[in-house]
Structures are given as C-alpha cells and as structure tokens.
Design a protein around this ligand. Structure first.
Ligand SMILES: O=C(O)CCC(=O)C(=O)O
Length: 279
C-alpha cells in the first residue's frame, strides 16, 4: 500500500458537501466563541501567538463528532491502524500568517519508548481535514516520503527549498480533502506567507490500549457514544474485556480470563459460605 511506503496519503473530496458546509459554519462559530479568550491568553503570555486551537472541538457541534468516523474514510483508517482503533487526541486549529510553529522535519514519535518506529506504520496516525482551499503559501503540510523507515539516529535532512527538492512533497489541499499520515514520517507545516488564516481539523488515532487525551472524548458521552464503534473510539471500557482485546468486529474472547473470573467467583462464594458457617 502507498501509505506503507510513502507514509502519507492525500485523499481528495472525502468530506461530503453537506457535511463540509456544516463544518465550516460550526468551525467559525466555535472559533468566535473562544477568540477573545485566546487573544487574552496571548496578551498575558500564557497563550501561543502563532496559532489558535479551539478547545475541546468534540463539544463544539455534532458535526465534529461525525468527522471522527466519517464513512468515506473510516474503513481505510481501520485498515491502517487496526481493529483496535481508538481516537487519541484532537485539535481544531487556526494558523495565522507568519512563520511556522512546527519544528523542521520532525517525527511526533521521537520521545516514545518501547516501539520500533521504523517498522511500525500504524502506531499513531493523524488526519488533517481541510475545510477551505489552501493557497500554496498558506502554511501547507510537507513530508519527506519514506522517512518513517529511516533507521534510528538517521541525521535529519536539511532542505533549503521545499519547492525545488526532489526529497520533499508539499500538499496543497482543497476544501473537503484530508491528509493522513504516519506521525513518525518526517513532516512540518510550512510558513504561512499568505495573508489568510489556515483552518484545519486534526484527529489522531491509535490503539485501544494506549492512553488517550481528554480532548478525544465528547463530554456528552451518552449522546455521542451511541454505537459499539463510537464507544470504542471514545475509550468506553467494557467490563470483562481486556484493553488488548477490544475489536470493532467483535472483541476477542480470552478463555484463561474467563476461567480466572469463574475461579475467583468460586473462591469468593467459598469464603462467604465459611463466614456464614463459622461466624
Ligand atoms: O500543521 C499543523 O497544524 C501541525 C503539523 C504537525 O506537525 C502535526 O500535525 O504533527
């Protein structure tokens, strides 16, 4: 699969037009709700000036929850991550004109221990959804295809001009497109040299057993975790199902586990009986 070799895919027109329109409206409304708060935090020095992340996007409208398992993309996502998929974190971002805020050519996984990243293309996968056409100079994403396979301690490439380098690829998405990538792939957001803010919605997915962030769970779980798929994506545990065994197409039975469970039930019963006899 191209994703395995290159480490990213540009998926065109994956957001259906009705959903796209609702997302644009909900995104602008949510950013207006929090804009003053963000400006204030920048003023007092606690906020980031170069970009603004709308807090808890899954609480800002049901359309953002619908994007979590969008039917046009979800099967592919499950193919890449696996049947034990869970949402890991979310961002809804406005990147204002100015220099990039990302480190040049970075992997998000550099400090993660216990995983051989060069051989694992499904550990943490991100989708960036775009709700407006981007200009080529509007803070586009760029990748070094295949760099997720570099051996550990491989020197970070230095690329003077992304436009001219045969080693790098810049993506210029249109409204409704998505870019999906292995977060170990070397990537960056380029400078936003335009005079227009870049808007994007970023959802990261990993496995059910991995700790997830609070912003990957909508507050109104009763309303939104309304299918087994959504329950798994939002990390709702099922009693008796080990984290490692969660699967979209039926959780794995673990005979030793149920044997253990009935053994402990027998023990408890015996202890209760003894207490009632001798107590
Ligand atoms: O373009 C962005 O907003 C951030 C890009 C990036 O480094 C990431 O998503 O990991």
């Amino acid at each position: 699969m191209k994703f395995e070799t290159q480490g990213f895919l540009h998926l065109k027109e994956v957001i259906p037009s009705g959903v796209l329109q609702n997302t644009q409206v909900a995104f602008d409304a949510a950013s207006q709700r929090y804009y003053d708060q963000w400006r204030q935090s920048v003023k007092v020095g606690t906020g980031e000036a170069r970009f603004f992340d709308i807090p808890n996007i899954l609480d800002q409208g049901s359309v953002f929850v619908d994007l979590v398992d969008l039917s046009t993309i979800f099967e592919l996502l499950v193919d890449i991550v696996g049947q034990d998929i869970q949402l890991n974190h979310t961002h809804a971002r406005l990147f204002y004109p100015g220099p990039t805020f990302t480190p040049p050519w970075h992997s998000d996984m550099m400090s993660v221990l216990g995983v051989d990243h060069a051989h694992t293309s499904n550990f943490l996968v991100k989708i960036h959804y775009f709700i407006e056409d981007l200009r080529p100079d509007q803070g586009c994403l760029a990748f070094i295809p295949g760099s997720h396979r570099y051996p550990a301690k491989h020197p970070t490439p230095v690329i003077a001009d992304v436009e001219k380098s045969p080693a790098a690829v810049k993506i210029v998405p249109k409204a409704g497109d998505a870019v999906i990538f292995n977060t170990h792939l070397l990537h960056m957001a380029l400078d936003n040299r335009s005079d227009v803010v870049r808007k994007s919605i970023i959802y990261a997915y990993s496995h059910y057993w991995m700790k997830h962030y609070a912003n990957s769970v909508p507050t109104d779980l009763e309303r939104f975790a309304n299918t087994p798929q959504r329950k798994q994506l939002f990390g709702v545990d099922i009693e008796g199902v080990p984290y490692f065994n969660r699967r979209l197409q039926g959780n794995i039975d673990q005979p030793w586990h149920s044997t253990l469970l009935s053994a402990s039930k027998r023990l408890i019963k015996r202890a209760l009986l003894r207490n009632s006899t001798f107590g």
